[in-house]
Design a protein. Structure first.
Length: 258
């Protein structure tokens, strides 16, 4: 039996990388999938791919860093599929900045995409669920860096740590509405966005994946499809009553030392 039969799942940042992997996993598990993104071409291509595979899929063009566009994406998903049962906040901004060189503009950009957008997407989805007296599930994609992170990720860490707290707060507030809200602190993951980041900010060459894998305990980077399967599980009834959990999805153990 599929994990998400006839569930309507909205995925922010769902047109590439981890978001696209989650969209594919949700579709394989029987969900009707709506994905948001700023770029029309990859979004429409993914929706066409999922449709060709037998799923029902919808692309919604939106810059979720703008609150009204974030809210409108929920409205569009409801218009397209009649409701939203589950939300995945997968969109993320990872541009670099330290405590000393981060500008107000860079800080605001991180807050807008990594914290403010998830807040108002959750607000819109939860409002719809509560109005319908329907159960629902939400998964927020965070980062191991939310625990402290690297010096060059100061505004990113600030926003993701805020999202971890928001995840717990919203889960507590709406547990009696049967709305389960959880988060994943993901570690170093092999995505198109990470490839661009490594090349742009760290001068990485074509062999950066191999070097990174060799440095990690299990000899590989995190894989988007593996994370996507776990997200699908958390969205599904098979994850039971779990809510308010922020799970470290990584091969390094916080607090462990050699």
């Amino acid at each position: 039996m599929p994990l998400l039969p006839d569930r309507v799942v909205l995925i922010s940042g769902g047109t590439s990388g981890l978001g696209a992997a989650i969209a594919r996993a949700a579709a394989r598990e029987g969900a009707l999938v709506a994905v948001t993104g700023r770029r029309r071409e990859p979004g429409e291509a993914l929706a066409a791919e999922l449709t060709a595979a037998g799923a029902k899929a919808l692309f919604i063009r939106a810059d979720i860093g703008e609150v009204e566009q974030a809210r409108a994406s929920v409205t569009a998903a409801v218009a397209g599929f009649g409701r939203v049962d589950s939300l995945v906040n997968a969109a993320g901004l990872t541009s670099r900045g330290t405590l000393l060189d981060t500008t107000p503009e860079l800080f605001d950009a991180h807050i807008a995409v990594n914290l403010k957008a998830p807040f108002f997407l959750m607000q819109a989805v939860v409002a719809d669920l509560v109005a319908r007296k329907a159960p629902g599930t939400i998964v927020n994609v965070l980062s191991m860096s939310a625990h402290g992170g690297q010096p060059y990720l100061a505004p990113y860490v600030a926003a993701k740590a805020g999202l971890a707290g928001l995840t717990r707060n919203a889960a507590h507030a709406h547990r009696r509405d049967r709305i389960r809200i959880n988060g994943l602190n993901i570690g170093w993951t092999d995505t198109e966005g990470e490839d661009e980041t490594q090349r742009r900010f760290h001068g990485a060459g074509d062999d950066w994946r191999e070097k990174a894998a060799a440095s990690l305990p299990m000899g590989k980077l995190g894989q988007p499809d593996e994370i996507a399967d776990f997200v699908a599980f958390l969205l599904s009834d098979r994850s039971g009553v779990v809510t308010g959990s922020v799970i470290d999805w990584d091969q390094n153990v916080l607090g462990g030392f050699d």
